[in-house]
Ligand binder design. Structure first.
Ligand code: SAM
Length: 209
């Protein structure tokens, strides 16, 4: 299968219909210096997972300018869910907050500003869905806590999990070992059923039994 051809076909089908589109979202964002956000196909998958499973309590680790959180919030605001999202860059978090206001979803998203390495181990509420999209070096270190705070029947999703097989710029090669370690942790975890979907840079979906 030629994933590039498939990807552009799918993009062409959905591009015009999308309410929140990545390109438009970035264009309307004043701040220009931020870590890239998920592709439209990943945002669509997140929205679908949310629509199907109706999580009341979502945790996102890694906010950036808020595209993925705003995408999920479009769906959760229909049934009264809540998203908590973690970002340690104050300028980026302020822009995300503004973007949540601009897209009309601010009331269902709380931004925790700080280091995920400190915040996640302190969390003691259960989440129905956790989206891991922070610094890739932290995926293995945060895995145990993600599993602890994910309720039984909940879903753990993670972006960039196909880094080990993608043709990455050498400057990102140091991120391959932690992703390999994370993938092993997910696959060997007896509490999780999972797969990796080849969208974005690899999208893990794991269900906690
Ligand atoms: C890939 S971006 C998130 C993109 C976002 N999920 C989206 O698609 O709209 C990762 C974000 O994690 C933040 N980050 C990196 N290390 C962090 C840490 N230790 N604690 C909190 N945030 C961190 C970065 O500043 C960056 O904005």
């Amino acid at each position: 299968m030629d994933f590039e051809v498939i990807g552009s076909y799918i993009k062409g089908l959905y591009e015009e219909k999308e309410k929140l589109n990545r390109q438009k979202f970035i264009r309307k964002t004043k701040l220009k210096d931020f870590i890239p956000v998920v592709d439209d196909d990943v945002a669509r998958m997140l929205k679908l997972l949310v629509a199907i499973t109706k999580p009341k309590n979502i945790l996102e680790i890694g906010t950036s300018i808020g595209f993925s959180a705003a995408s999920m919030a479009e769906t959760i605001k229909d049934y009264g869910g809540k998203i908590t999202t973690i970002e340690y860059d104050e300028k980026v978090a302020a822009q995300a907050k503004q973007n949540f206001i601009n897209t009309g979803v601010a009331e269902c998203i709380e931004i925790k500003i700080g280091d995920a390495r400190e915040i996640v181990p302190e969390l003691d509420v259960e989440y129905d869905l956790i989206f891991q999209d922070v610094d890739k070096n932290l995926y293995p270190a945060l895995f145990k806590d993600c599993l602890r705070i994910l309720r039984k029947g909940g879903i753990l999703v993670a972006e960039d999990t196909l880094f080990p097989v993608l043709d990455l710029d050498p400057k990102w090669h140091s991120l391959i070992p932690p992703i390999k370690e994370f993938n092993d942790m997910v696959i060997n975890c007896k509490q999780l059923d999972s797969t990796i979907v080849p969208i974005g840079d690899g999208f893990t979906i794991a269900f906690k039994r």
